[in-house]
Ligand binder design. Sequence first.
Ligand code: GDG
Length: 478
Amino acid sequence: PAGASRSVSDGRLVVVSNRVAAPSASGASGAAGSGAGGLAVALQAALKARGGIWFGWSGKVSQDSNAPVQERTHGSVTYALSDLSRRDLDEYYHGFANRALWPICHYRLDLAKPSAPDSAGYFRVNEFFARRLARMIRPNDVIWVHDYHFIPMAAFLRQLGCANRIGFFLHIPWPSPDVARALPAYDRILRAMSAYDVVGFQTEGDAENFRNCLVQAKAGRAGGDVWREAYGRRFQVDAFPISIDAEAFAEEARVAEKNVLVKRMRASLEGRPLIIGVDRLDYSKGIRQRIEAFASFLEQSPLAAKSRVTMLQVTPKSRSEVPEYAKIQREVAEQVGIVNGKLGDVDWTPLRYINKVMSQSALAGLYRIARVGLVTPLRDGMNLVAKEYVAAQTPDDPGVLVLSQFAGAAQELHSALIVNPYDIEATGAAIARASSMPLAERKERWGAMMDVLRANSIDNWTARFLQALGGDAELADS
Ligand code: GDG
């Protein structure tokens, strides 16, 4: 395969992502510290092992669009952060990325708000970042670009003469050609994805959708082969399902039984069963349908009302500057009020709704005490909450995962109760089934899911992608 013969074992790893998990200026541990997301920890580990750069947006808006890249080096890793102007941020991030790419890749054509200035801004910011990055790259470096914010990064780097191995991983779904064709600048985006050496997706279905897009655009041949030739380049298109460090998460959940917040939660339940949902406040997560399903469960199941089941929905606000997100925030808040008003009692609030960000430890402990985990997105690349909920369970008394068929995680966690989140009654019935599932069945389902998580850890994921990219020492030596 192209590039595999080139020795890159001495090359550094260069990670590009919109947000960078950099340690704070004071040197306090950043993503590698406790409470960091699994992806950040895994990328930090890969960077530390090879040395390298993590490059992306600083999270800051600057008046001076030419403010220099801020570089901070910790050991063998340099964090390189670039500010954006207000206009760049609005067009590239709030605009094209979050009002065109995100909704369309999540099959919400109705919510897509494409605009010519946003498209132009997206490509302009990618070119701006590519120019800044190109100055830092050495010939043997291996470059790993993350997610929908930076699809054209490799195309711009190639224009600047960069011949390095460059990989791309898309964290969100890639839709079927009929839907993908609704993307503004679709042809340019397809062509730009062909500038990578490896294009990775969460599921085989996403990878196949992308291959079909190339076929339909007459830019590749049919068939399920991972190797593609399109737009004059040969590259690999494959699925790399992301995961978590299940053992570490399980340990965190075990220790979190002593977490003060978890203890308070448990005490406040007074023995009533808990159902949990955890999501960024995003229309793709199916929060409204989930609340309806929970209400349907309360109304249908005599057991639910009698045992005064409580649902905790932890939902940090997200992308509030995007109008579609401001709208869903209002709608969910209103709906919570309606359900509690209708079904609650003087001493029972069926639905507890929290917009705060919690510590990962508290979250792990809350998963552990919840009898049911509700993960019911309308579309989701993978959904790590599903995997975290499973990992957090007590082995001798595990809870039950209710999982949407439209989450990438459903391709792996077959032993969850798989639901169609649009079917409110059926989801309500699945919540009832989960709530009263016998211990033996709960153990069997949980055991099967833990086996899956242990077999595909986040470290496997990083290693597999870097191996495909030809960036690992073993492959380079062989
Ligand atoms: C994208 C794709 C894909 C949530 N609330 C709190 C909190 N979280 C953590 C969860 C989990 C993470 O955030 C969310 O990850 P998801 O995978 O569920 O969803 P997205 O944010 O949409 O992520 C998705 C993922 O990328 C990775 O490729 O799986 O499909 O959409 O880890 O635990 N963490 C803390 N407090 C909270 O309140 N500490």
